[in-house]
Write a protein that binds this ligand. Structure first.
Ligand code: SF4
Length: 307
């Protein structure tokens, strides 16, 4: 860590203390941002942390749908984003008209939207999910129900296979997790003998098939620390390596590809966070007519996930 970053970190810690601002960060954030956060988690844990935040003002270090989700779940709190251009290409590939067309053709189907969607998409969905709770939620839905899973096709297929079901899918996926390939994993397994392969369910189904564990970022972290094994090939965005290494420093971690970097997550920097805290910018709000519909899908997710 250089001197400039250390100074920025000190300033951030002081200002958030003075102004009583709670910083929630995703595991894909830069190492130094994880180090100044009050809470680090996957998107589900971030949503719950926002709801339970001890402070009235929350800074969300993550992409836009994460700050939007916090704003919808906490209308009485001030939600700050340090970089409003940090977005998710997968979330942005969904269109309300597509969902409405599908619903018109399949009025009895249940629309499940991954939390990686804009508020407008959540507003026309029946229930939200994250990679950590999707399976649990779908198990509680009527067995014969027709499900439209949006927007991540890989996540949908991987869950459907585990449950022995077939869903209707939206044709989108995460461009970062698409960089994990079966070929590269097999090469790494030959090079790093006895390494366990842990991947995120946004990875291609053929990658998931050869993995020893499939789970959310929080799940991968927990699995690594709890496992008796000592060497792991990690198939998700590189930011998780920092949190795992801090939680269990004796474990050997190998990233499944050197290209597992989400530029949107990494566009948030310490100086942007400091500016955001000093100026209380940018406040994220969601239009009430959208929020009142989207919150139903989010609250249903929380209800089913905590059942
Ligand atoms: S890692 Fe993938 S799903 Fe997550 S924000 Fe980046 S592009 Fe979106």
């Amino acid at each position: 860590m250089n001197k400039v970053d250390l100074k920025l970190m000190d300033d951030i810690k002081r200002i958030k203390q003075e102004k009583s601002i709670y910083i929630i960060a995703h595991y894909y954030q830069r190492d130094e941002i994880q180090d100044i956060a009050d809470f680090i988690g996957d998107s589900y844990a971030m949503a719950i942390a926002a709801k339970e935040s001890p402070c009235k003002t929350i800074l969300v270090a993550g992409v836009d749908f994460m700050a939007q989700t916090a704003a919808m779940l906490c209308p009485d709190k001030i939600i700050l984003s340090p970089e409003t251009r940090a977005t998710c290409p997968m979330a942005n590939s969904t269109f309300v008209e597509d969902i409405l067309d599908y619903k018109r053709d399949h009025p009895d189907a249940i629309v499940i939207s991954y939390v990686n969607t804009p508020a407008e998409i959540k507003a026309v969905s029946d229930i939200c999910c994250t990679s950590s709770n999707a399976e649990k939620i779908i198990r509680q839905l009527p067995e014969k129900s027709r499900i439209f899973f949006i927007p991540d096709r890989n996540l949908g297929i991987n869950i459907a296979r585990r449950l022995g079901r077939i869903f209707d899918y939206y044709y989108s996926s995460c461009p970062i997790h698409a960089r994990v390939t079966k070929k590269e994993i097999l090469q790494l397994k030959q090079k790093y003998l006895n390494a366990l392969v842990l991947v995120h369910p946004e990875c291609d189904p053929e990658v998931v098939e050869i993995a020893d564990y499939v789970g959310s970022t929080a799940g991968i972290l927990k699995y690594t620390c709890d496992s008796k094994a000592s060497r792991f090939i990690i198939g998700t965005e590189c930011g998780i390596m920092h949190s795992i290494q801090k939680a269990c420093p004796a474990k050997e971690l190998i990233l499944a590809s050197s290209e597992l970097i989400c530029p949107n997550m990494k566009s948030i920097t310490l100086d942007k966070i400091l500016y955001s805290l000093e100026n209380l910018e940018t406040v994220i709000t969601v239009e009430e007519s959208i929020r009142e519909k989207a919150i139903l899908a989010l609250e249903k997710m929380i209800e089913y996930a905590s059942a």
